[in-house]
Design a protein around this ligand. Structure first.
Ligand SMILES: CC(C)(COP(=O)(O)OP(=O)(O)OC[C@H]1O[C@@H](n2cnc3c(N)ncnc32)[C@H](O)[C@@H]1OP(=O)(O)O)[C@@H](O)C(=O)NCCC(=O)NCCS
Length: 163
């Protein structure tokens, strides 16, 4: 069921579809969607910035299926954060997330990244992304209890890259 994908840079025409993709995530709170979209707008308008790098997965009919946003963590020498990854729920489990993540990882390796981090929540709806990260070689490196809310911990997943 895997679909042939093209990974490309973000483009103004993606704005509306990315909003749809973010709003289709049942577990994202409105303020999370808002923050993710603010970053999308930054990625679209701040030419030349490299703090938030966007990559889009495009399906065979040119449809935007999902995206990843990553960037170097400020004040570190070569740690990178994966800020967002999202695929439209109707396209889950067909390899799109893996292709996006692998593409981003290859680019971060070229930029000499040594540690990749992804933050997520301990809440049950985040079980799918947690399983996805583990499957891709990330492990929980830190946990801040009661971070997002009491009982909703922040988990930091990490992957060490060896040169
Ligand atoms: C995490 C996410 C990007 C994965 O994208 P995807 O295109 O489905 O991923 P892939 O098809 O490449 O990877 C499949 C793996 O993802 C997980 N997964 C994807 N869909 C799943 C589902 N419906 N049920 C259970 N696991 C699922 C599994 O680990 C699966 O591996 P498996 O097939 O061995 O079980 C996608 O689920 C998503 O957009 N989630 C919502 C957004 C989100 O929460 N992002 C992270 C914020 S911290």
């Amino acid at each position: 069921l895997k679909i042939p994908l093209k990974i490309r840079r973000i483009d103004r025409r993606d704005r509306r579809r990315l909003e749809t993709i973010l709003k289709a995530q049942a577990h994202f709170k409105p303020e999370e969607v808002q923050i993710a979209l603010e970053l999308v707008d930054l990625g679209l308008t701040q030419a030349g910035q490299e703090d938030y790098i966007f990559r889009i997965a495009e399906g065979p009919e040119g449809q935007t299926l999902g995206y990843i946003c990553y960037g170097k963590t400020p004040l570190t020498d070569a740690v990178y954060d994966i800020y967002w990854i999202a695929v439209h729920p109707t396209s889950w489990n067909r390899g799109t997330g893996t292709v996006l993540l692998h593409q981003a990882e290859e680019e971060m390796k070229r930029r000499k990244a040594r540690l990749l981090l992804i933050e997520t929540s301990s809440r049950p709806p985040y079980g799918i992304p947690r399983a996805f990260y583990r499957k891709n070689g990330y492990e929980e490196v830190a946990r801040i209890l009661d971070y997002y809310a009491v009982g909703d911990h922040k988990l930091i997943f990490g992957k060490v890259l060896t040169p």
